[in-house]
Design a protein around this ligand. Sequence first.
Ligand code: SAH
Length: 500
Amino acid sequence: MNKNDTFEIYIDDLGQDGEGIGHIDGEAVFVKDALPGDTAIVKIIKAKKKYAYGRLMEVLSPSVYRTEAKCANARACGGCTLMHMDYQSQLKFKRDRIINCMTRIGGQDKELIEKMLGEVQGVKEPFRFRNKMQFPIGKDKDGNPVIGFYAGRTHHIIPEEDCITGHPVNKHIVKAVKDYIVKFNVSTYDEETLQGLMRHVITRIGFATGEVMVCFVINGESLPHSNELVEMLKSAINVMPGDETSTGELTLSSVMISINRENTNRILGTKSKCIYGRPYIDDYIEDIRFSISAESFYQVNPEMTVQLYSKAREFAELSGNETVWDMYCGIGTISLFISKMAKKVYGVEIVPQAIENARNNAAQNGIENAEFFVGKAEEVVPDIYAGNRPGSRADVVIVDPPRKGCDEKLLETICLMNPEKLVYVSCDPATLARDVKYLTERGFILKKMAGFDQFCHTGHVESIALLERVSNRKADAKVHIDVDLEDYYRIKDAQGKDGK
Ligand code: SAH
């Protein structure tokens, strides 16, 4: 295969980022926008030794999974890589991905995983579900300001005011920002020259409270005419009829600037200032009120979040006497969600602003049995364990790491802490599988799994696993323990304890 060669090709698989995979002379060709079952004309755009990347030129015979993408920009934009696949098939693909990772990387038994997993839970309506949007700001070739989304794998901005996975108010906010830039001739950031002020606008909405935060990422210390900007944002939010979603009225509760003067792909800067309202917005998950600041992580899909946390709570099966650790706790969402059913909850998180939120969130909900630590989980928890300080033992450990999964030092310490249960919440099944392999080789056994579609129309999937300590055996991180799944289940069944 050479660059610019064109082939007719049958797509027989789907890759982890949602790209179609076909084969030519036994070599894999990755084709963005193609689906299994498509027969298509593909042009090779990059040829490697054993595989190639192709561009989808024409679909000759479409896959049964194909549907019309609802967004005109779906193909160009780097966000929704699967919008051309019908929603139920997306869920099926995500289930397959979890199973593949757990078996190929995690070394788990396929039949067992298939039985445990059930269907990947989807949203009722896969549009308008996201509570957060990040729009890059730049210039088009004529020098006019553009706000939109990055095209796939590039920093070319496709103008788009209304992403249909987000709240409809975004288009009014984006329009107001554009009007402000033009009216006051404010400069936009140029990644080549590193000059210009406005880099990103980020919106976050508490779907349960209607509170809106708008955060401007700027290459400078302040925004000119910020009072006028705030007034423009207020009117933008007020033009919302409020009937396009079930979220009721919206209020502008917070306008922030985040100062990012570095030449970096990271969006947020390290310092922020509040220029209107308060430096956070509030939202509810069930009856718990959470304050969320600009720097803090908060799940983006409220409908799925409550299901995901409920599953974590169900898997933890708390009776009220347990000590629980919530590793990678963010603003304390899971910690506080389960706190009523535990004796004591400890949380650890790397972002200081998130821990400040977590402590306030505990206080404002009258929760007194939660304690939070700021720092890297893989440093804080081993220190506590080594010092035999409060928190050095746990009955249940919950982890919810970023995509790269848990640091091995943390996993090692968790094994030494010897909890009865470990609930692993994961946004990448590949690292979940890797970590489950580590844990099942050290005295834990995989008991339950579930999958949730937090990120509709993308290749990403959220999954959750329950691991239990093998009975009466002190897990030791340093010792390799071979767990025989079949034996384990036979013994449990014989004892009649293997309740679901
Ligand atoms: N459980 C929370 C947050 C999950 S996202 C929720 O559902 O809202 C993962 C979190 O891990 C983020 O808040 C991120 O800031 C944090 N994080 C990333 N690396 C970390 C580390 N090494 N130690 C502790 N926290 C970390």
